[in-house]
Design a protein around this ligand. Sequence first.
Ligand SMILES: [Zn+2]
Length: 419
Amino acid sequence: MPTIRVVRNLVVYLAISMGLRAHAGPPPSVDPSHTHGWLRSAQARLHELGITSVTYERRLIDNEDLLESDLPAAVAATLANLPDRPDWADHLRSRRLVDVDTLGILPVAVDVQGQTALVEYTEKPVSFISNAPVSKIKRKWGLNALAEEEGAPWDPHALASLDAALGLLTPTELDIITDLSSIVRSMVDPDPEDGAAGKYFGGGTDSLNHVEIYNSAFKGAEQVFVGPASAPMPSVTGTILHEFGHAFAARPARYLEARHMLAVEEFEERRLVQAARSHRLDRLRGQLNHMGSGTSFSSSSSYRKKRELYQREMEVYDNEHDALSRRSDVLHRQVELIEALGTPGPIVHTYARIPGVLEGPTEYGRTDAGESFAEAFAWWHEDPEGYRRAYPEAAAWFERGGHIAALKQALAAIDMLSR
Ligand SMILES: [Zn+2]
């Protein structure tokens, strides 16, 4: 296979030159071909990044009779254009969609960890298009609503991104997403300064509980992808998963707020009933006093009946008074917990205890613990293997359902407190 041969040459060439570069003469030449220039640039770039070992994985080979194609050049070009590794990270991720004349749009994935790069690519052209109509995607996942603004449609690319994101969720995670009042394709970023690609709006009321995906998420989306090269997904899938991560993390706070609002409503109703009861008791007391002032009436049956009624009502009143004061304590404890949960909430707190996670996993994830969790949530779903290579401990936490356990624990604590 000529394609493989050229790439294999690149491996050998790199392996030799990396080790010898400092004291070797000019690099050995590879067979002259159209890939030559890219191979040299790739080699130089890998050297700059301190990468001494490269592993290539070629997947999904459908066509054994490929011409000596531009694919190795595409791979080399991706390597040549690797971004700088941030100074805080040992890892580097690059996902490029490369347009190869003879083959179409091909995904090339590079994961750098320490001095090692794993390069994965396929010869299977990708196209991120969903032919299903909005209504079908909505029904398929049981979503409440897919809203769109003028100039921000749920077009086939956006729908493919959403479909892929939903397909990666576990049932518990999906429950939280189907609880969203809407997923909105939005034209306008309410805060263009922060350059957000999406946003989660959370709160106890349904109208507040929704995700917005902005047009800015689609900028440059034709050049990149997320996930492994063997299962590439649109980059907007990553944006959507990030927002789903926020919705997941906000679940305990939202659950508590919703319970609190219901409890306040119930409390107010009971208080009104109790106030009416108090009025009735006042009236009965007045009548009894009036009747009791004439001695001839105090032993009459109507007086006795009224007295019994008064006593029964008074008992209900006292019981309800105690119950209401207990409910009032619950309401106060709920308010205290709402303040204590705050942001980023118990799930993110648990995540944040994993050593090293808050330093990443991406530049944006370094903003705060909540963003770090959302980025990790997205990366782990998109590409569990890649995430595991960079963050083995956090990946193990997600894999054993650590985030779901933290969620369930928080909900149980809220239930306990709300009793
Ligand atoms: Zn975010």
